[in-house]
Design a protein around this ligand. Structure first.
Ligand code: NAD
Length: 350
């Protein structure tokens, strides 16, 4: 493929920096626009050491029109990853999430009208689906509402079938109507809709990727609002057991950041992807309790078994994992990283 100059907003972050490595290895030039948010990078942070030296870093806010214009000079394609990423935090920092995620995307799009690119890829999220899909569900948990400990104990939040039996979820396809259970989910939906709408109107081929639970090296251990594996790792490194919400049996789709980088690259290269939305997951699910225990085992800390809190976090859903058939078929996406290998790589970096 021809070498391109590619802008990654949020390119100094976890996924963005891995994507940068992946694109550099394919011969592209990479620029990052990132404000080095204190919540992610620490107070007064400078360029992160993990960011490849070849990456040209423009320090600036995606809501700053002048910084965005500067970052777009000479650029052929854009990945829009800059965002605030905490579900729980979004439920009370509503203005900040709406501003960074939705308004930030609007500022980027207005700059792109003046200076169109060959392709725009926007990072969306599984969180917009809300609860996963069930066959014959009689009762679904009501997301977005506080659940009491008594309800948790009676398993009232568990999806049940016609005979009252707990239901296992099905993989969630892109066609599922978004339930938007949190402010974060709503702002991610805003981001993808704004990009797809403006992309269509201005002839910018645009792709939205709905990432599931991404894990890997470089995920901020100090940010208490995101990345459940990073949060568990931070606890384990301090000799404390991971705190697992609810009963720990909620299911998620953990996808390696390397597989996510692969999907991002394919979204740039595959012409038929334009105008579409794709799930990017591993296609299989684990309970949160199991991943906590497996991470502890990989770190040689089996004795720090997961501590089940029985607490419900506002805006959370019970189960959700990806149907990745569309990404397989259209993008040629194939997740490669085995979960155990991914955990080992993460443990080696900690
Ligand atoms: P991250 O926090 O590591 O990276 C986000 C980057 O954006 C950070 O470097 C931060 O400094 C930067 N940023 C934040 N606000 C900014 C602003 N106003 N202007 C410029 N830069 C700003 O998070 P990540 O996990 O790498 O997430 C990247 C993208 O993927 C986000 O859009 C997120 O919503 C999406 N996503 C992530 C996951 C996941 O599991 N990590 C899942 C679904 C979607």
């Amino acid at each position: 493929p021809t070498a391109r100059t590619i802008l990654i907003t949020g390119g100094a972050g976890f996924i963005g920096s891995h994507l940068a490595d992946h694109l550099l290895a394919r011969g592209h030039r990479v620029r990052a626009l990132d404000d080095l948010s204190p919540q992610v990078h620490g107070e007064g942070a400078t360029r992160p050491t993990y960011l490849d030296r070849e990456v040209e870093l423009v320090v600036g806010d995606v809501r700053d029109r002048a910084a965005v214009r500067r970052a777009l000079q000479g650029v052929d394609a854009v990945y829009h990853l800059a965002a605030m990423v905490g579900v729980g935090q979004s439920m009370y920092e509503i203005e900040r999430y709406t501003s960074v995620n939705a308004v930030g995307t609007a500022v980027l799009l207005e700059a792109l009208i003046e200076r169109p690119v060959e392709r725009l890829v926007v990072a969306s999220s599984m969180s917009l689906y809300g609860e996963g899909l069930y066959r014959d569900a009689r009762r679904l948990p009501f997301p977005g509402a506080e659940r009491t400990l008594a309800q948790l104990a009676r398993r009232e939040w568990e999806p049940v079938g016609p005979a009252g039996e707990p239901l296992a979820p099905l993989p969630t396809p892109e066609g599922k109507a978004p339930a938007l259970p949190s402010v974060y989910a709503l702002t991610k939906f805003d981001q993808e809709r704004l990009c797809l709408t403006a992309g269509r109107a201005y002839g910018i081929p645009t792709v939205a990727l709905r990432f599931f639970n991404v894990y890997g090296t470089r995920q901020a251990l100090s940010n208490p609002y995101t990345g459940v594996l990073a949060i568990f790792a931070a606890r384990l490194l301090n000799g404390r057991p991971p705190l697992v919400n609810e009963d720990g049996l909620q299911r998620r789709d953990f996808v390696s950041v390397h597989d996510v980088a692969q999907a991002c690259r394919l979204a740039l290269e595959v012409p038929a992807a334009a105008g579409q939305v794709f799930n990017v997951g591993s296609g299989r699910s684990f309970t949160v309790r199991e991943v906590a225990e497996r991470l502890a085992a990989v770190l040689g800390q089996e004795r720090l078994a997961a501590e089940i809190t029985g607490k419900y976090r506002m805006g959370d859903i019970r189960h959700c994992f990806a149907d990745i058939e569309r990404a397989r078929r259209v993008l040629g996406y194939a997740p490669r990283v085995d979960f155990e290998d991914g955990l080992r790589e993460l443990a080696g970096w900690l």
